[in-house]
Design a protein around this ligand. Structure first.
Ligand code: RBF
Length: 218
């Protein structure tokens, strides 16, 4: 079984470099969406979700966000528990996500952006820094940050992943609810914050990240 999987790897890894166009690209995109994760019953009634939109390619980002919000509603997320803001482009998403995470107002954040490859190295530079920036915000703040950024080789690739049946927004919305609930279970409730140990937490229910006896090294 493993041998078969490994044998298939080279062609899987190589396939993105063969440009898929027209109906072949569309079929591939729809298949990719169909292969996404399954989500169990998600009770999002206490979840607070932030959405940050990058304003480039607005038709597509609006469609992704509409798809995500439909999924949030289907999970029972209350409209008043959805916080929305926007930034000029995807490059600005990580810092905005950090501000939102530090505000303590949300349990998970969905940054949404679309990066389309042009003629220069710009796309690679931005894609890498946005992706590692978002991961770093999640790791540093403890607030789950989803990866709602399409990094596409062409506008057509972006369209099939954002508009119509290949829209990734609904899966991102469900993933945001699941991660919000995971965070709540980790920190002990919808509005709990980790207290990192500097100064005053300002909240009666803030929990220390570690009890003194669990601290390592000092
Ligand atoms: N932002 C996006 O969200 N998607 C893009 O496809 C995109 N393409 C860009 C191409 C060029 C040549 C430049 C200069 C910027 C682009 N941006 C794009 C904007 C970028 O994320 C950022 O907002 C600006 O560079 C300002 O910091």
């Amino acid at each position: 079984m493993l041998a078969v999987t490994l044998a298939a790897l080279p062609s899987l890894l190589l396939s993105p470099s063969v440009p898929a166009t027209g109906s072949r690209a569309r079929a591939a995109a729809v298949r990719m969406a169909g292969d996404g994760p399954s989500f169990g019953d998600l009770d999002g009634s206490t979840a607070r979700i932030g959405i940050i939109k990058a304003r480039w390619h607005p038709e597509m980002s609006d469609s992704l966000i509409a798809g995500a919000k439909e999924a949030l509603a289907a999970c029972g997320v209350k409209e008043e528990n959805i916080v929305e803001t926007e930034v000029p482009g995807s490059y600005e998403l990580p810092l905005a996500a950090r501000y939102m995470a530090l505000s303590g107002s949300v349990d998970a954040i969905l940054p949404v952006g679309i990066l389309i490859k042009g003629d220069t190295y710009h796309f690679e530079a931005i894609s890498d820094s946005v992706s590692s920036g978002l991961m770093s915000v999640g790791m540093q703040t403890g607030v789950p940050i989803l990866f709602g950024v399409l990094t596409c080789m062409s506008e057509e690739q972006a369209r099939v992943r954002s508009i119509g049946p290949g829209n990734h927004g609904p899966d991102w919305g469900r993933a945001a609810v699941e991660m919000a609930l995971l965070r709540q279970s980790a920190v002990g409730g919808p509005k709990s914050k980790f207290f990192m140990g500097f100064g005053d937490s300002g909240e009666d229910d803030a929990k220390p990240m570690t009890r003194p006896a669990e601290r390592i090294g000092f």
